[in-house]
Every structure is written in C-alpha cells, then in structure tokens.
Write a protein that binds this ligand. Structure first.
Ligand code: ADP
Length: 515
C-alpha cells in the first residue's frame, strides 16, 4: 500500500544552505528533501533573515499576513512595529538543489545583519522571544489554512525551542474556537540544553493565553519556557537519536524537564539523523584535494598532506614516527568536551599526533586552545570561525576525528567521518553511542568495529582513547578494515525519513484519540 501523502509544514530557525549554526540547519536542509522524495507535500518555514534571503534564488512575495489576526491571543507585544507595518510578508523560494518550497517570514524584527540568535559580536538578540513567537504565530496561521497561500497543514513538524509555542497555540486555537480538529504536531528535540526561557513579564507582553501559565503547561519555575510548550502539547515528541531520547529522561540531561519527559515517554521516541549523501561524499566532493572511494582508499593520503599544508604543519617528525592527524570541527563549547581535551593536552601532545581544530564559541576555550597552539605550533593548529569548505578538508584529511562530547543529541561529524574513512573517537553518549561501534578486541574480531568509544567523561579516558587510536593506527591492516567498514555504513536520510512518516501517522492517531 502506498504511504499516505501528508501536507507537512516543517518549521525551523535554521535551514542549510541558507542559514546554519549547527546540526539543526543540516537536518532542516536534508529531511524535507527526503520527505519530498517520499512524495510528501512539504513546505519549510523560516524567518527571512536578510543573509538567508540573499542566498536564496528566485524569491517572490506570495502572501501577506495581517498582525494581529482575530483568533490570535493578542498582538504579541508588537504594537509599535505593527503601527509601521501591520502585516508580515511571506517570501517563497526553493530549497537549493530541490523542489521543496520554502516560505520565509519577512518582518522588521528579522531585518538585521548578524546570526539567527546573536548579533555580530555574539550577544543574544534581546528580543529573541518576540522573533520566535512571531515565527510560531505565522506557522499557526499557515497551518490552519487562514492565509491566502491556499494551503493548510495535516502535520506541523516543529524543531527545538524556537518553535515550541506552535503546538500550544494550535491547541488553544482549537479550544477557543470550538474547532473539530487541528493539524497534528511533532516536536523534534535537537538539543535539550536550549529551552527558550523567558520571564513572566515577557509572557504577558507576548499576550499568550493566561490559561497557559501553570506548571503543567508553559510555566517553568516562575518563568516560562518555549520548549516546554513543544514537550507538553505536541502529539508526538522525538529526539534525534534513541539514546538521547532515553538520556533526556534522566535528571542529568533533562534540565529540569526529565519528569515531564518521563510522563510523556509513551509519546517519546528517537530517530537518528541521516546525512546529505551528496554533500558529504568523498568520491565527488569538489572541496577536497583528492577524491577517493573505498576502492582507492590510498588516495585519501593526498588530503592529509593538503590539510597539513593548509595549517602549515610539518609533514614528518624528526624522530621518524608516523604522525596521527586528528581533526575536530565543532562549536567550541563545553558540550563538545573541549575542556576534557584541554586538561589532557600536555600528555596527548607527547604522542606522535597533530591536532587541527576548526570552530568558534566560548572565548575562554578558544583562547586556551590558542595558547596550546602557540606553545606547540608543529602539533596543534586552530582556525577560529565558521568555514564549510575547511570542514570538508578536515574530514577528508584527518586520520581520526575527535568528538569527546559530554552529551551529543545525534552528532553529524562522526557520520561524516565514517563516510570519509576518518575514524571517529567519540564518547559513549547520545547519537555517538548509536552510530559508532567501538574497536574493542572482540568487535575487531567480529568485524563490526567502526571507531573508538570511551565511556567516562574525564580527561584520563580521553587520553587512553587517543593512545589506543595511535596503537591501532600502527596496525595498518586493522586500521584499513575499520576505515572501510565505516565508509560502507548507511546513514542516508531516506531510512530516517520513513521513520518520520511513521511518526506522523502515529501523531495523527494520537490527536484523533484525544478528540
Ligand atoms: P551541533 O548541532 O551541536 O553544533 P552537530 O554535530 O549535530 O553539532 O552539527 C554540527 C554541524 O555544524 C556539522 O555539520 C559541523 O560540520 C558544522 N560545524 C560546526 N562548527 C563548524 C565550523 N566552525 N565550520 C564549519 N562547520 C561547522
């Protein structure tokens, strides 16, 4: 039987290649394409950040949506903006390289340079609650079929706290207007650490329904939380890996919402992210020095030299030992285990390793890494900033890839690493645990090993993991087997997209059961 065809509104604050700060951007840029290829009618909704509009092709205005509209709880505190422009404009474009329609909400509060959440100096926008509440209200308008777009949604797929109010607003919409039904809602947790917490004053300024202010709904310790709206009101909730779906039900990873998540555990599941197999393909990647495949894996070596040259690292050591080149591409924040690495740097650099790092984030972590680089320029180099091309060059050139994350909802770089024959060194958490098989003696014997996993989040275990990696690196036959096995793993979005379709079916059933 053919899968049902749903009208899906996929709402996100990031969408690669138009706007991306991390994995959310990648997922939003890939999953809708995979759903479209499964014959779904999917539309993506994002804010019209000027930098995103600039990158988009053939942008046209397709609708205007009045603010406020009867049925909305209030004017969301936008009275002064509304006085100037009483409507938001919907711009339409296509997700580059696909036929997926993208709608971008144009309104004065998005019209600034800088990132989606922060200005150019890295300060959070002071009105993020308004920026994303507006996105949520517009999503509701479109999903309900109230706009001149002539389209309504069967499913609204929400992602992370920036879209957390949508399910709550749809619930209210149905209740207040005595409607027979509403679109079903899915909430995907890409990272529980960001919860969109704002004050009671801000809740009131947004003119959200006062009935939502209670600790079973949006209230969270005298403040309110966007993500809580998604967790409480969505028909189905999922995390981006099965292990992370379990972890967030514990106090350590639940950030005060573990109890709520346990309460909703029957509606909570995990679906591992896929990767864009075209974008991340060593056989055809135009950004790397030398393309290679499992059949001509020795060609990967040219990329190691190119990477060492890029960072002006010596190609050989004076003691003649072979260099193990380790890569790290990440937001440089505590979540990524950067301080574990820093704590053990002295000992790690005594091994014949070189480390190349690309990232930006916490200024203190950045500066400590830079100090190590100044001290050992022949072994450690760092480039601060965001650089898509260099991230490909690192994936292709490094021998192994470091991901010592304290927690990792899914993680994408370990998947890119596997595909590029770059052995991932990961901590046993979240999606890392779900996608990498440790090179224990037994797993090597069973021919299942694909990477190195360490368990406890401490610097000694990280050192041991890197040491173990070096030992394996010297056993060329085993190393090659592990590389090749990783390269053959299947992480395409198609399988994950099928699981999302199943989740949509379940969400519709759950919604109907409630009615
Ligand atoms: P998170 O979403 O927590 O940042 P993920 O591993 O899920 O982590 O996704 C991160 C994505 O962002 C990957 O595609 C990674 O390559 C990319 N990325 C992170 N930092 C940089 C950077 N400085 N330059 C280029 N790409 C980066």
């Amino acid at each position: 039987m053919a899968a049902p065809k749903y009208k899906i509104l996929f709402v996100s604050s990031e969408l690669y290649p138009l706007v991306k700060t991390g994995g959310l951007g990648d997922v939003s840029g890939s999953l809708p394409k995979a759903l479209k290829s499964l014959h779904q009618d999917i539309r993506v909704l994002i804010p019209a950040y000027p930098s995103a509009v600039e990158k988009a092709a053939s942008v046209k205005t397709v609708a205007t949506i009045n603010l406020p509209k009867a049925g909305f709880p209030g004017n969301m505190g936008f009275s002064s903006d509304i006085a100037q422009t009483p409507y938001a404009t919907i711009l339409e474009t296509k997700l580059p390289g696909s036929h997926v329609k993208v709608w971008m909400v144009e309104f004065s509060i998005y019209n600034r340079s800088g990132g989606p959440y922060q200005d150019d100096q890295g300060n959070e926008w002071i009105d993020n609650e308004k920026r994303f509440a507006l996105l949520n209200y517009i999503a509701v308008e479109i999903a309900m079929g109230y706009t001149s777009l002539n389209w309504h949604a069967d499913i609204v797929h929400c992602n992370d706290w920036q879209t957390g109010l949508i399910a709550a607003l749809l619930f209210e919409e149905k209740k207040q207007n005595n409607l027979l039904t509403r679109p079903a809602t899915i909430f995907t947790i890409h990272n529980m650490a960001h919860m969109g917490i704002y004050s009671k004053g801000q809740f009131q300024a947004l003119q959200l329904s006062p009935s939502l202010w209670n600790h079973h709904e949006l209230e969270f310790h005298d403040d309110f939380s966007f993500i809580k709206g998604g967790l409480v009101f969505s028909d189905r909730v999922n995390a981006v890996s099965p292990t992370y779906a379990e972890e967030i039900q514990t106090e350590e990873f639940g950030y005060g919402m573990a109890g709520l998540l346990r309460h909703r555990s029957k509606r909570l599941s995990g679906i591992i992210n896929g990767i864009d197999m075209k974008e991340w393909d060593p056989v055809n990647d135009p950004m790397i020095e030398q393309n290679y495949s499992p059949k001509n894996i020795t060609d990967k070596y040219a990329n190691k030299i190119a990477l060492q040259n890029h960072f002006k690292l010596p190609l050989t050591r004076s003691d003649g030992k072979e260099i193990l080149l380790l890569g790290l591409v990440a937001r440089l924040v505590y979540q990524k285990g950067v301080d574990l690495l820093l704590e053990q740097m002295e000992a790690i650099l005594e091994l014949p390793v070189q480390i190349v790092i690309l990232g930006s984030g916490d200024l203190e972590l950045e500066s400590r890494l830079k100090q190590w680089s100044l001290k050992h320029p022949e072994q450690l180099q760092i480039q601060i900033g965001y650089d898509e091309k260099l991230s490909h060059i690192i994936e292709a050139g490094a021998d192994a890839f470091l991901m010592p994350s304290l927690f990792e909802p899914c993680g994408l770089n370990q998947l890119y690493s596997l595909r590029y024959g770059t052995i991932p060194i990961v901590r046993d958490t979240g999606g890392l645990a779900d996608t990498v098989v440790n090179s224990s003696k037994r797993n090597i014997r069973n021919r299942t090993a694909t990477g190195i996993i360490f368990h406890e989040a401490n610097h000694i275990t990280l050192f041991d993991a890197i040491h173990h990696t070096y030992e394996l690196f010297q056993d060329k036959k085993t190393w090659k087997e592990i590389m090749l096995r990783g390269m053959k793993q299947e992480f395409s979005w198609r399988e994950s997209a099928k699981q999302y379709l199943h989740l949509y079916e379940q969400a519709i059933e759950d919604r109907d059961d409630e009615d």
